[in-house]
Design a binder for this molecule. Structure first.
Ligand SMILES: Nc1ncnc2c1ncn2[C@@H]1O[C@H](COP(=O)(O)OP(=O)(O)OP(=O)(O)O)[C@@H](O)[C@H]1O
Ligand SMILES: Nc1nc2c(ncn2[C@@H]2O[C@H](COP(=O)(O)O)[C@@H](O)[C@H]2O)c(=O)[nH]1
Length: 206
């Protein structure tokens, strides 16, 4: 059929009103594989939008500013807290500060796309207060011993920092019933696909 020259022009794909997007919160204990799953999803599901957190911790080898985190000094982080620029923020493992910049998330949600946050339990609890219709997903290890193996095997923390992280991990594992869904990271591909499928559930347009 010939195109109707009198028809109103169609908006570009991104501008089609798909309503508001959904906020998805992924949390779980240290070394369970949140970053690994995030990397897999970024590579295999490029349509998924990730929030890039801000942190005062130092970059690890291979971490890129603006991709894995926005790395900032303590005084800059505190200034942004004062200015109300975070959706949530917390001191994690009793050490560095982490926060989700509010603006980018609100813009993505308003544009009709979903936004995925990878944050700790304290942050997830704050988001539940302000954004109760978000989807809360807990990433769990197959076992405690496997979690410890992953943390030690990653080799990015010394003994004292590992102990601190494992203490937090016990409290986080005890809180998994607060979440809407629990995904066990027994296999990176399987767990990533389960997460994406949960994100897409109920969204016919994804
Ligand atoms: N399904 C899996 N099977 C085996 N090893 C895994 C699996 N998922 C992740 N790992 C490994 O576990 C270690 C920790 O993973 P990762 O750094 O992604 O954890 P994390 O949850 O982001 O940790 P943190 O919260 O401390 O930043 C890494 O060495 C990673 O390669
Ligand atoms: N409350 C928030 N927690 C965050 C955020 N970004 C990351 N995190 C969590 O911090 C720990 C440690 O991360 P690491 O990269 O130093 O190993 C981990 O549990 C992350 O999920 C955030 O913006 N807010």
């Amino acid at each position: 059929m010939a195109a109707d020259a009198t028809a109103a022009p169609q908006p570009p794909h991104e501008a089609i009103d798909r309503g508001r997007g959904r906020l998805i919160v992924l949390a779980g204990p240290t070394a369970v594989g949140k970053g690994t799953i995030a990397e897999y999803v970024r590579t295999h599901f490029p349509g998924v939008w990730f929030s890039v957190s801000m942190t005062t911790r130092r970059p690890r080898p291979g971490e890129v500013d603006g991709v894995h985190y926005h790395f900032v000094e303590d005084h800059e982080f505190d200034r942004l807290v004062e200015a109300g620029q975070f959706l949530e923020h917390a001191v994690v493992h009793g050490a560095a500060k982490y926060g989700t910049p509010r603006g980018p998330v609100e813009r993505i949600i308003s544009s009709g796309r979903d936004a995925l946050l990878e944050i700790d339990l304290q942050g997830a609890r704050q988001v539940r207060e302000t954004w109760p219709d978000a989807l809360f997903v807990f990433l769990a290890p197959p076992s405690w011993d496997e979690l410890v193996r992953r943390l030690v095997g990653r080799g990015t923390e010394g003994e004292a920092e590992r102990e601190r992280r494992l203490a937090t991990a016990r409290a986080e594992l005890a809180a998994q019933s607060e979440f809407d869904e629990v995904v066990v990271n027994d296999d990176v591909r399987r767990a990533s696909e389960e997460l994406v499928s949960l994100m897409r559930s109920g969204r016919a347009d994804r």
